[in-house]
Ligand binder design. Structure first.
Ligand code: HEC
Length: 142
């Protein structure tokens, strides 16, 4: 009887552990969206806003207002809204983002792609470039 009870307790504990680990990994690892390539003209676009302390700071403030809820404070894709999305928001500190040109990041920010909104009307061109300068500072930190 004592044995049966401890086996039952063990099985229950195991089940709880499995459920917990699946839940955690489901949140941490959302599938990536379909490949999303910017057109060549966008890839080659030059950032007209100088990347300096001022533009990075302004970009950071805009990012906190418009992007952080999904992309997370450090761009890791772990914002509070990210949990509710079906796909990953990506990771701005990754080597992949480091490889992308400013123009590509700007184009994606401008157009958006569901569930990410477009920022064409929400932010001016200059403000979007400032946000890109801030995104760069996250990638550079790696
Ligand atoms: C509602 C959540 C949400 C908000 C708000 C949001 N994004 Fe996104 N973003 C996403 C998702 C989801 C993806 C992945 C889209 C895909 O793969 O189709 C993404 C992708 C991106 C990408 C492409 C990532 C890559 O690896 O190439 C960039 C750049 C980007 N977002 C910038 C921004 C910026 C800048 C803002 C704020 C001005 C912002 N996003 C606001 C959800 C969001």
């Amino acid at each position: 009887m004592k044995n049966l009870r401890s086996i039952f307790a063990g099985v229950t504990l195991l089940a709880v552990c499995v459920m917990f680990s699946q839940n955690v990994s489901a949140q941490a690892k959302k599938p990536a969206g379909k490949p999303w390539a910017a057109p060549e003209t966008a890839v080659k676009m030059k950032n007209p806003v100088k990347s300096d302390a001022t533009s990075i700071k302004e970009g950071k403030d805009l990012y906190a207002q418009h992007c952080k809820s999904c992309h997370g404070a450090k761009g890791k894709g772990d914002g509070t809204k990210a949990e509710k999305l079906d796909i990953s928001c990506g990771d701005f500190s990754s080597a992949e983002t480091a490889k992308a040109t400013d123009g590509e990041l700007f184009w994606k920010t401008t157009d958006g792609r569901k569930p990410m909104p477009s920022y064409k009307e929400k932010l001016s061109d200059n403000d979007r470039w400032k946000v890109i300068n801030f995104l760069r500072s996250l990638a550079d930190a790696k």
